[in-house]
Design a protein around this ligand. Structure first.
Ligand code: AMP
Ligand code: MG
Length: 519
């Protein structure tokens, strides 16, 4: 297995003079050198051929190589790997948390990909680092399966995301108190190798800003622009302004992707916001089933519900405002930062209109269509209707026959259904009338709606079924789910199970409707 590395992150940015995992405050440095802690018995449980290809690897050969599990379980290094943990801070649930850093993520190096890209390879769950604070640096199988699958599922849905190369079982147990209720128990451990051009986060800038370290702030901005924002490096103040604006724009597009498919991130702390506008740090995320903008899967956030589905666009904006505060020392006045934030508002507005048009099967979204969509949202919520199944059926139904038959599978509750039946029929008639004077041809419309409204999403209980099987030693469920999620917009014969509404058993089961940060 040959991968070429060019670790510009270490070369361009100042590092911590101390190496190794002793827990400490790290000042004036973007990274600390630390090696993964070897695990007892690394075993490859799943891998993504598409991700391997990005590294120029032949997937079949690479995955069969016994070194693969050793390297991506943290027991061996390839030539050119120089492992490090990154230093960053962040706002957690609205409060400044100070230095956080990669407490259990260790980057192995920046791989030069087959197609000219740069891919930072990072092991999650690879052992202690200077940023582990009180914790063990490890990850459990259940959360690793979820991160592995969702990274690839989001990619195939067309939503910007970090990627996942591999899932390696460690052969070691990790002790977790899943609901923080005083019942810790051992669970199997795992390591995911994830990939992104860079894992820099808003918090990477917030930490030096909080310490008045403008030199590091500048160096981080230069690194990001030089390697990850083509055409911006060396343009001075104007390049900086455009850089922040592009971060805002990418963030808007990412969140619009989430809103389109019903994804709830669950922990939108500023240390979990990628500077590239990628979905990052899959933890207690979830997928909306019965439509509810107030839903969050994260039990740790159950009180304040800061990160519920419907508020994600506002939270992203709040996070960008924090980033703007952090970057302020690099700018001469606040005007360029305000212009960047304005770019977010514009990009969000455009992305939302595009979402409405695509989900409803219209060529474009006007003012009245925004109302049409809002009225539908209210009905779906009131009627507890499955978001994914509803929109998919909306594109498949015969608009001339306004009955509810195509939506049968999307209802969870008879009373809720009865409540909205009549208004939903009215709404469907309004929608049909609106489509009738829209320029899209019927075939075009159906295609466009199919591409906007996935049939398969990584429903929490589907991931949980795969996790349960993996816990019994059967990784077949992970492989099958990965395969289903490869083509989320195409109907796949024999796979109706994966396009089903939430079964009753999953309603209150841990891992399905409730998830904690314990991972
Ligand atoms: P998260 O909520 O997963 O984004 O994590 C927030 C912070 O806690 C990050 O700095 C993580 O690196 C750290 N962290 C989470 N779990 C662990 C763990 N098991 N060991 C060490 N650090 C952890
Ligand atoms: Mg995180």
């Amino acid at each position: 297995m040959r991968i070429e590395f060019d670790n510009a992150f270490l070369r361009d940015l100042p590092g911590d003079p101390e190496t190794g995992p002793r827990v400490r405050e790290v000042l004036g440095a973007a990274w600390s050198r630390v090696d993964p802690t070897p695990v007892a018995a690394p075993r490859l449980l799943a891998a993504s051929p598409e991700a391997a290809r990005l590294l120029g690897l032949d997937a079949a050969t690479a995955f069969a190589d016994p070194d693969f599990a050793r390297v991506f379980g943290g027991n061996a290094l390839l030539p050119g790997m120089q492992p490090w943990a990154a230093n960053y801070g962040g706002h957690q649930f609205g409060s400044w948390a100070g230095q956080l850093g990669d407490g259990r993520a260790i980057s192995l190096g920046e791989a030069l990909g087959g197609e000219g890209g740069r891919w930072e390879l990072q092991l999650k769950g690879a052992g202690k680092t200077p940023y582990s604070r009180f914790a063990d640096g490890r990850a459990v199988l259940r959360s690793s399966v979820r991160e592995f699958l969702c990274s690839e599922a989001m990619h195939h849905l067309g939503i910007p995301t970090t990627r996942a190369l591999s899932l390696v079982g460690t052969g070691e147990d990790v002790v977790r108190d899943m609901f923080y209720d005083g019942h810790p128990r051992p669970e199997p451990g795992a390591v995911v190798c994830r990939m992104a051009p860079t894992f820099l986060r808003f918090g990477s800038w917030q930490l030096p800003a909080s310490r008045g370290d403008t030199a590091l702030l500048r160096a981080l901005a230069d690194y990001a622009q030089r390697h990850h924002f083509p055409g911006l490096a060396g343009r001075g103040a104007e390049g900086d302004a455009e850089w922040f604006a592009q971060v805002c724009e990418r963030t808007a597009r990412m969140v619009a992707g989430w809103m389109r498919v019903g994804f709830v991130h669950g922990v939108m702390n500023t240390d979990n916001m990628s500077i590239l506008g990628l979905t990052i740090d899959y933890g207690p995320y979830g997928w909306v089933e019965d439509y509810d903008p107030d839903w969050t899967p994260n039990t740790t956030d159950a009180q304040g519900r800061r990160y519920r589905f419907g508020t994600q666009p506002q939270v992203a904006y709040w996070n960008l405002v924090q980033l703007a505060h952090a970057l302020a020392p690099l700018f001469d006045g606040v005007a360029p930062l305000e212009a960047g934030l304005e770019r977010y508002r514009q990009a969000w507005d455009a992305a939302w209109r595009e979402l409405v048009a695509r989900k409803l099967g219209l060529a474009a979204c006007g003012e009245a269509d925004l109302r049409l969509f809002a009225d539908l949202q209210a009905l779906l919520q009131d009627g507890q209707v499955d978001m994914t199944l509803f929109f998919r059926a909306l594109g498949e139904r015969d608009a001339a026959a306004p009955d509810l038959l195509p939506f049968e599978a999307a209802f969870y509750d008879a009373d809720a259904r009865a409540r909205i039946e009549a208004p939903l029929r009215d709404w469907l008639a309004r929608h049909a009338a609106r489509q009738a004077d829209d320029p899209l041809e019927a075939v075009q419309r159906r295609d466009s709606m199919r591409r906007a409204n996935p049939l398969y999403v990584l429903r929490n209980w589907l991931a949980q079924e795969a996790i349960d099987r993996a816990g019994q030693g059967d990784t077949g469920g992970i492989a099958e789910l990965l395969d289903v999620m490869r083509r989320p917009y195409e109907e796949q014969p024999g796979r109706a199970h994966y396009a089903g509404a939430r079964p009753e058993w999953a309603r209150h089961r841990a891992g399905c409707s409730m998830l904690s940060c314990s991972s």
